[in-house]
Design a protein around this ligand. Structure first.
Ligand code: HEM
Length: 254
């Protein structure tokens, strides 16, 4: 009778297909470089600069795309969009942009004398050494001379800093007030800090919580799959026994 012979076969085939998929996907998911995280990066850019442009220069600190600015601390905060680890290098991509404008119409110039924006930011970490990269655009006029200034950069190193501890998931990252040193992007976008200058009172914070995706290791998943296959195989064997078929025959549709 076709119905009695194909059902166990179909069940086994389905189980094998499902279990094979689980066995194939489990290890590759574990090896994927993306790490689900939540967190923030806090960057004052330069406290001295913000003081000059926004406070004394009666300017403004603007944000986009999820970034925020705290007028009490004069710091920008960026949400962490993603975390990846490629060959031991961690990359934390940041959401949002920071935009600073100051000294409106200074010296008879029209518009903001200082206008600088940073976006497409990411923090890269190797061991304890961290670098903030990003895009920037500066326009305006220089202090006193009022000569035009402009600069643009794409994926440039902005500042470097050193972590207190190496990154070791699932342990949270809680790095606070790490002293920053200017890299080429800050030298060119702020004009006052040659590469290698320590920026005073401008420490950064990196706070990251790693989310637990699964408590099961690939070998545990494989164990469960083997157990399921065993049960399905046992049922299939029982189904082939004439006495079992005879006992169940009256439950089956005719
Ligand atoms: C008419 C235009 C500007 C005026 C009136 C102005 C005014 C000032 C003043 C009074 C200071 C503090 C003393 C000094 O270093 O001279 C200063 C510092 C500074 N300015 Fe400007 N500035 C102008 C343009 C610019 C531009 C185009 C930039 C480029 C982004 C800039 C970035 C800075 C920075 C980074 C500091 C140093 C802050 C520190 O670390 O102490 N300024 N500015």
């Amino acid at each position: 009778m076709p119905a009695t012979t194909t059902r166990p076969g179909t069940a086994i085939a389905t189980a094998i297909a499902l279990c094979s998929a689980a066995l194939v996907t489990a290890p590759s998911a574990a090896a994927a470089p993306n790490h689900p995280v939540q967190g923030t990066f806090v960057w004052p850019i330069s406290k001295g600069f913000i003081n000059q442009a926004v406070i004394k220069g009666q300017g403004q600190a603007l944000t986009e795309g999820g970034a925020t600015y705290d007028p009490e601390t004069l710091k920008f905060t960026f949400p962490i969009a993603s975390a990846t680890n490629t060959d031991g290098t961690w990359t934390f991509a940041l959401d949002g942009a920071a935009h600073v404008q100051g000294y409106k119409n200074a010296g008879g110039s029209s518009g903001w004398a200082v206008d600088v924006k940073y976006w497409d930011l990411k923090v890269q970490v190797q061991g304890k050494e961290a670098t903030l990269y990003g895009d920037y655009k500066l326009s305006g006029v220089a202090n006193k001379t009022y000569e035009a200034v402009a600069a643009e950069g794409d994926d440039q190193p902005l500042v470097t800093f050193t972590l207190d501890k190496e990154i070791a998931p699932p342990r949270d990252i809680m790095e606070t007030n790490r002293e920053i040193t200017s890299a080429i992007g800050t030298e060119r976008s702020l004009k006052h800090y040659p590469k290698g200058t320590v920026l005073k009172d401008s420490g950064v914070d990196l706070n990251v919580q790693f989310e637990q995706t699964s408590r099961l290791s690939p070998s545990a998943i494989a164990g469960i799959v083997v157990a399921v296959l065993g049960v399905v195989g046992g049922l299939a064997f029982a189904w082939t026994r004439p006495e079992v078929q005879a006992r169940l025959a009256h439950f089956l549709p005719r």
